[in-house]
Design a protein around this ligand. Structure first.
Ligand SMILES: [Ca+2]
Ligand SMILES: [Ca+2]
Ligand SMILES: [Ca+2]
Length: 378
């Protein structure tokens, strides 16, 4: 291919371009404090503010040590950043970071309008957020808009539930909640088996609650948790309100399909299953220590012999049974120390309702044992 030869006017254009770029560069150097006005700038203004650090907000609460404002310690403020936003117009602009010692800041190029929100953040030397402040309903006019002093407070989330020391939390659907933290974009929930939160699990949400997914927590285990708010920069709060503990419930898989039937009034109705084994109804029963299983039977005859068969292996748990009248009085029982229990009871006096109580006598062989159960009257 034949190379194109550059015409002299092209050289002139390039030369002029270089000169123009140099001139513009000099202009922009001179005007770093006053940005060149554009069409948009004519319809925008700037916002200026002072920052006040509220050190007394921790009275009566239990979060960490009090911040001492500007400095490089982890509980202090090294730099200040701000965000001005307007949900009505989808406008949002970050400002800063400014040195904490400056005590004030200015953000320019904000479109004229109403309903702005200013968020202020104090970050420590490690970019962890120690303070936050919010000013609502700001109106931006042309020129500078001085909104005065914005008060900031320590940035943390107060825990709500479960309360410290709560037991029997369902490990399959444990829910946690906390209070709104001023200026938070989202929250991080930490859960650990150690009270110092080491080796913690971490969950993020923009809501004020979180339900941990099935399988995250073990049963019968003590955990510790807290919540850190995260600011719009993605910086986690340095402070936290407290570390609460909770204990998950034991394994619930031990429940059979006739639960909850722990009392006479909660009894599972076997009236229509005369001569039928539990295993043919909804599976075997499971006798769990300290968890009684009640079954109700209605006997429609004026007199009959009621027989109850409970079949199980004694080596897996000593199951005993009782027969109760409608008032809860024990009228017969079977409590052998071998396989199976059997009751034969002579019913008289007209139609009546009886209750069969099945229970694990002790935990010598374990905390639960499966059984089959059948009743009949003849
Ligand atoms: Ca049971
Ligand atoms: Ca039960
Ligand atoms: Ca027994």
């Amino acid at each position: 291919m034949k190379a194109l030869r550059m015409q002299p006017f092209v050289y002139k254009l390039i030369f002029k371009g270089i000169i123009l770029a140099i001139v513009l560069g000099l202009l922009s150097c001179e005007s770093t404090t006053e940005p060149i006005e554009t069409q948009t700038d004519l319809e925008s203004g700037s916002i200026s503010f002072d920052v006040a650090w509220n050190q007394n907000s921790d009275v009566g609460s239990d979060y960490q040590i009090k911040a001492v404002v500007c400095g490089i310690e982890s509980n202090e403020v090294a730099t200040v950043s701000a965000y001005i936003g307007n949900t009505g117009s989808d406008f949002g602009k970050f400002g800063g970071p400014w040195e904490c010692s400056a005590g004030s800041g200015i953000i320019s190029g904000v479109p004229v309008g109403t309903g702005y929100t200013l968020l202020l953040y104090g970050h420590n030397d490690m970019d962890r957020t120690t303070y936050s402040g919010v000013q609502l309903d700001i109106t931006i006019n042309k020129g500078n808009n001085d909104i005065g002093t914005v008060t900031t407070n320590q940035f943390f989330a107060e825990l709500s539930a479960p309360l410290d020391g709560t037991a029997d939390i369902d490990p399959d659907s444990a829910s946690f909640s906390w209070l709104y933290s001023s200026g938070a974009a989202e929250y991080q929930l930490w859960i650990s088996e150690s009270d110092d939160l080491s080796d913690h699990m971490e969950f993020e949400t923009s809501e004020l609650f979180f339900t941990v997914s099935d399988g995250s927590l073990d049963s019968d285990t003590t955990y510790y948790w807290t919540v850190f708010p995260i600011d719009p920069y993605g910086n986690r709060s340095w402070f936290y309100s407290a570390i609460y503990s909770f204990t998950t419930a034991g394994v619930t898989a031990l429940d059979d399909n006739y639960e909850e039937n722990d009392t006479q009034t909660m009894a599972y109705d076997l009236s229509s299953y005369s001569g039928v084994n539990l295993s043919d109804i909804a599976g075997y029963g499971n006798a769990v220590l300290d968890d009684y299983d009640y079954y109700g039977i209605y006997v429609g005859w004026s007199s009959a012999t009621i027989s109850i068969d409970c079949n199980f292996l004694h080596t897996f748990g000593d199951i005993d049974i009782e027969l109760l009248d409608e008032f809860g009085n024990v009228i017969d029982e079977s409590s052998s120390e071998s396989d199976d229990e059997f009751i034969s009871y002579d019913h008289t006096g007209g139609p009546a309702t009886y209750y069969i109580k099945v229970y694990l006598f002790d935990d010598e062989f374990g905390d639960s044992n499966l059984y089959n159960l059948m009743w009949s009257a003849f």
